[in-house]
Design a protein around this ligand. Structure first.
Ligand SMILES: C[S@@+](CC[C@H](N)C(=O)[O-])C[C@H]1O[C@@H](n2cnc3c(N)ncnc32)[C@H](O)[C@@H]1O
Length: 282
């Protein structure tokens, strides 16, 4: 397992939510509002690699009043953390079984949790009923061959946010920034359980494969903009990058140790991402 901690996901959640491209988000919400209005039923979403449920918390209040979400992850600890975080985020728990049903503002949100290894079973998950497949900070983990499988099996709208694009700028700059970023990219392209990860290439591959499979594909940038008002996030990012770079062995331990304190005190950090909306043309 890649081992994302609920603490790390909670730390990044405000930056994630701020970064999302509003225009693409409005379009998926309008599309799902049309489904709800014309079919008079709850809209159904499947969130891949849900972690502790951040994507649901970002989207649900902008979606139609009746929603059914299936949150998918292979990590049972994160699925438990998602349930706990969603219950404390909600205004009210309507029922706890068989589905967790929450009220938030004027929305009624029924939630199923599914423990699935998406590296193995993505085709099965994509046969489940859904008006949209969603994901956040997930697709840069997967391999190009998996993306090809995914795009071939996808039958409905895909809305995915925060796929890392490889751009980083830390201010003030440091002499080792470029070498550190190169090494970090090398680490991004290691196996995260799906084969060699696409990392920063993921969005380009998705655009190509989804277009080839008959989807209208739109991308929009969604960079993190972080300053020292979120010092713990900058510190975690810098420490995480340093650890990844150490694993590659591409820089000496001394070079990494010199870079790290400068980055922890950086006054601003931009990290590039793409949001993607893909709608079947037929
Ligand atoms: C960067 S985290 C993002 C979590 C969440 N979407 C968010 O935005 O906070 C990536 C997520 O993908 C999940 N994941 C990684 N490999 C997986 C696999 N093979 N099957 C299912 N989930 C996986 C991880 O457990 C983790 O929750």
């Amino acid at each position: 397992m890649t081992g994302f901690s609920a603490q790390w996901l909670a730390l990044r959640e405000p930056a994630d939510h701020r970064a999302r491209d509003r225009a693409l988000q409005d379009r998926i919400c309008e599309q799902l509002a049309t489904v709800a209005r014309t079919e008079q039923r709850a809209v159904r979403l499947i969130d891949l690699g849900c972690g502790s449920g951040s994507n649901l918390r970002a989207l649900a209040t902008a979606l139609p009043a009746q929603q059914h979400w299936t949150l998918v992850d292979y990590d049972p600890l994160l699925l438990t953390a998602a349930r706990t975080a969603l219950v404390s985020w909600a205004d009210q728990v309507v029922s706890d079984s068989p589905l967790l049903t929450l009220r938030k503002n004027d929305k009624t949100i029924a939630i199923e949790f599914a423990q699935v290894d998406l590296a193995r079973d993505i085709e099965r998950v994509l046969t489940w009923p859904a008006d949209a497949i969603t994901a956040a900070a997930f697709f840069d983990l997967v391999a190009e061959s998996w993306l090809v499988r995914f795009c071939k099996a996808l039958r409905t709208t895909l809305y995915t946010v925060l796929t890392y694009d490889g751009f980083e700028q830390w201010l003030p700059t440091h002499a080792a920034d470029a070498a550190m970023l190169n090494a970090f990219h090398a680490h991004q392209k290691t196996d995260k359980g799906f084969g060699i990860a696409a990392g920063p290439e993921a969005a380009t591959i998705m655009q190509r494969e989804l277009s080839a499979c008959g989807f209208q594909v739109d991308l929009a940038p969604s960079p993190w903009q972080i300053d020292q008002t979120e010092a713990p996030l900058i510190q975690a990012l810098a420490t995480g990058s340093a650890a990844a770079v150490r694993e590659t062995g591409l820089l000496t331990a001394q070079e990494v140790e010199q870079w790290l304190p400068a980055r922890i005190t950086a006054h601003h950090c931009t990290v590039g991402h793409w949001d993607i909306l893909a709608i079947p043309k037929r």
